[in-house]
Design a protein around this ligand. Sequence first.
Ligand code: 9D3
Length: 244
Amino acid sequence: MRFDVITLFPEMVSQAALIGVTGKAIENTIVSLNVWNPRDYTHDKHKTVDDRPFGGGQGMVMKYQPLHDAVAAAKFDAKADCKVVYLSPQGKKITQALLQKASELSQLILVAGRYEGLDERFIQRDCDEEWSLGDYVISGGELAALIVIDGITRLLPNVLGNEQSALQDSHSNGLLDYPQFTRPEIINGETVPDVLLSGNHAEIARWRMKQALGRTWQKRPDLLNEKTLSAEQESLLAQFKEVD
Ligand code: 9D3
């Protein structure tokens, strides 16, 4: 899969993407990442990418032409059919389902904004979708682009060592993760649940499902409303509510 990011801070995106799972995927050519700086598509002496908002008010707005030409360059370079997504506080909230669907694309162009936003005509004419991280404010789209790239990359075939890992993720099954423990067996008198030391794999799987259901019920009951539980899951959740 090919990612292209339109950004005034290209090294912020390209450098961060070299770390961890995304870095490995780039190394193994499962993913390619190209960055495009609108500043490189300006024609004036001062390389102007922003200007004052018509109507007045706080801050600056990113100009249409440098953004348009940067996206055009990314599209021309790839020559593939692709989707252009503007990362913005006005966008549709990113979910695991949205990332899953996007992971089937062969190219995704991500537009990271700065300042107060982009000229509305660029959003209308040049972008296909608008995505948001959620209802809080950050100062630009670069971290959002990295989140999207990371979230999609780990869904691609042959990226995670354990092929099952992405499937086992919390949020792909609609539940929170079960608790995890590693050595030592006792920390300040706190032990590890006996069942995890039992070697009984069926019993361990049942305990983990019960914990995942119970924690989701305690911490994120909204997630359970979206989900239909099997008879076994209903029974495990009932046990959790009784005891834990
Ligand atoms: C909503 C705040 N705006 C009102 C004056 C100003 C403003 C602040 C920060 C406009 C744009 C930004 C930059 N934000 C992003 O680029 C961004 C973002 C976000 O702030 N919240 C959630 N998701 C995203 S994705 C990109």
